[in-house]
Design a binder for this molecule. Structure first.
Ligand code: M6R
Length: 604
């Protein structure tokens, strides 16, 4: 949701800013811009459209100067246009600002500034930041930024340039991600570590409302009381090419193929001869009365798989909740509850707010997060990392399946604590979970051409319905989201038994239905629902590990490998990801950057 980058050092800023923006483009891509300070002041170049529009304007080299900030936008206030693109100047052009987040009281502040003679060039909330800096500046930038911070409400990661400051620029954050990269004679800011990995592996993360003054030689961080604070330096172990496509046509395809390795990293060393070890997280299933799984989008769907698994195995009540609902619905939480916040990015605004709400109400919070040291990881009581590595495609794949894998580990641990799983089933699930990476690798290779074939046949579909029961329904939710977000085909997931209560009226000749029938105890039931849609003309792709039992009622089949029945959602997910990918490719969509979306949703 907007990416920001900043640089100061001995090199020209523009190529470094553009390179950083290229790596951040997944965060928003409707416009972009840079501001560089040099002897003639602050120069801004910005443009509506994809980054290549900006690259054309800058020619990769202009403006010249060694200190600058850049931005790639996902529009919130004001549509994509040259004027609404960041950076934004102050009235006197002495300040330039890039922003990720939302200034919630911007209308009130716009009025405040208008009454004092300021006029605005854009419709954005951000422009009031540069104007307020001009208004408050009385010779000391730190004071001006602190006054600004006291005035604005909402979420922000800000990069600020001030004319005449030599090589210095400034950063400030609250509820939006920001890292500061430490180099040799040069320093950086970025919304995300991979954006600046080619330049440095050393990072610090400012806390809420901290202000950083960044020069080529040093970074000074001030807390809320204007005292300097020592920050912990972390050294990233991500590889600099983690954000490269490695010969794949798209990041999404690369990330689908990375799933076996990512799941292996996520589960293997947590399954030990002495049982499941959850990174020192001290949890006992007997102390928990109820679990809330809270998340957004695909992470919520992972929680739904977790719910079925944990309830069945650990006999513990689990409620899944959308973070945007949970945070406002006065949930019945207490110290006997465990709230599990699931998030790939660790920065999703609603999930972060839900985490804070759960803590406020006395619940212990366990985060299942991919991005190390992200806000959700830092604020939770405990964290289990998913170890998927950087995920660049907007549509999550390995982020989702590693979340499911962590929830399997959690469920097994809780069931073991509570004595609700037999020794045989426990060890059979553990050994099967360890074998998932190998089986999934073989399955992805095998199903890849079949997914292409099916996509070639069904890509003109206008609507698609994904049906299933139990954990297959959870898998259906994720399959439908994958298809709709990248192919733009209207897709709905339905609990198979619920279809006849209304939605079946939409089924007509050639409606596409993906019938997921992997759960053995429910297969016959789902088969009846498949028959119901087929008899109304639907074309059905059956998804099952037991093809003989349903193929007579299906037009095409996706055959899942044999595994423990509880683990099939991982394989279903991979097959449906590939199907969605190839359908989107056949329809000519922009697969890694689907329209209207952004990777990390840091606004409400
Ligand atoms: O980073 P998070 O896991 O918190 O993100 C949650 C959702 O925004 C995300 O899963 C979204 O639904 C993806 N577009 C799904 O592919």
């Amino acid at each position: 949701m907007c990416g920001i980058v900043g640089y100061t050092g001995k090199n020209q800023a523009t190529p470094i800013l553009i390179d950083g923006l290229e790596r951040l483009e997944y965060r928003g891509y409707d416009s972009s811009g840079i501001a560089v300070s040099n002897d003639s002041g602050i120069e801004i170049i910005k443009s509506k459209g994809r980054l290549f529009e900006l690259k054309k304007l800058t020619n990769g080299t202009k403006p010249e100067g060694v200190t600058g900030i850049g931005h790639t936008r996902w529009a919130t206030h004001g549509g994509p246009s040259d004027e609404n693109s960041h950076p934004h100047y102050s009235r006197d052009k002495k300040f330039a600002v890039v922003h990720n987040g939302i200034i919630e009281n911007y209308l009130e502040l716009r009025e405040f500034l208008s009454e004092r003679g300021f006029t605005f060039r854009s419709e954005t909330d951000t422009e009031i930041v540069s104007m307020l800096l001009e208004y408050y500046y009385g010779g000391d930038m730190l004071d001006a930024i602190i006054k600004l911070r006291n005035k604005i409400k909402g979420s922000y990661a800000l990069g600020i340039l001030h004319d005449g400051e030599g090589g210095a620029f400034y950063a400030l954050r609250k509820d939006s991600p920001l890292v500061i990269g430490l180099g040799e004679g040069e320093n950086f800011i970025a919304s995300d570590i991979p954006a600046i990995l080619p330049y440095t592996r050393k990072f610090i993360i400012p806390d809420e409302k901290e202000v950083a003054v960044i020069t080529p030689e040093k970074v000074t961080v001030y807390n809320r009381n204007k005292e300097t604070v020592e920050k912990k330096i972390t050294v990233s172990d991500l590889s600099a090419d983690a954000a490269e496509k490695d010969g794949f046509a798209h990041f999404m395809l690369k990330e689908i193929f990375e799933q076996p390795g990512a799941i292996k990293k996520t589960v293997h060393d947590r399954i030990t001869p002495d049982g499941i070890k959850l990174d020192g997280v001290k949890l006992n299933g007997n102390d928990i009365r109820k679990i809330y799984m809270v998340a957004c989008g695909s992470a919520y769907h992972a929680g739904a798989v977790g719910k079925y698994f944990i309830e069945k195995l650990a006999r513990l009540e689990v409620e899944t909740d959308l973070a945007s609902e949970f945070r406002y619905r006065n949930p019945l939480l207490g110290s006997d509850c465990l709230t599990v916040i699931i998030s790939q990015s660790g920065e999703t605004a609603d999930s972060l707010a839900a985490l804070r709400e759960a803590k406020r109400r006395g619940s212990r919070v366990l985060a299942v997060v991919n991005v190390v040291d992200s806000s959700i990881a830092r604020e939770a009581d405990d964290v289990l990392y998913t170890r998927a590595g950087p995920e660049i495609a907007v549509a999550t794949t390995k982020g989702y399946t590693t979340q499911v894998a962590v929830l399997y580990l959690l469920g097994l641990k809780l069931a073991h604590d509570r004595g609700t799983v037999s020794a045989d089933e426990y060890s059979s699930l553990l050994s099967e979970l360890k074998r998932v990476p190998e089986k999934l690798g073989a399955f992805i290779d095998e199903i890849n051409p079949q997914a292409q074939y099916l996509a070639g046949k069904y890509y003109p579909a206008q609507d698609a319905y994904f049906i299933g029961r139990g954990a297959d329904w959870s898998a259906a939710l994720e399959g439908a989201l994958k298809l709709k977000e990248i192919s733009y085909i209207h897709a709905e997931a339905y609990a198979a038994g619920e279809l006849k209560h209304g939605t079946i009226s939409l089924i007509e000749k050639n409606s596409l239905v993906l019938g997921i029938a992997a759960e053995p105890a429910l297969r016959e039931k789902t088969l009846s629902n498949i028959k119901e849609v087929r008899s109304r003309g639907a074309a059905v792709i059956g998804v099952t590990d037991s093809p003989d039992s349903i193929k007579a009622e299906c037009d095409d089949m996706i055959t899942l490998p044999q595994t423990h029945p509880a683990l099939t959602p991982l394989f279903t997910a991979a097959a449906l990801q590939l199907f969605a990918y190839y359908v989107a490719a056949a329809r000519g969509g922009d697969i890694d950057k689907p329209r209207n979306l952004a990777k990390s949703v840091t606004v409400e």
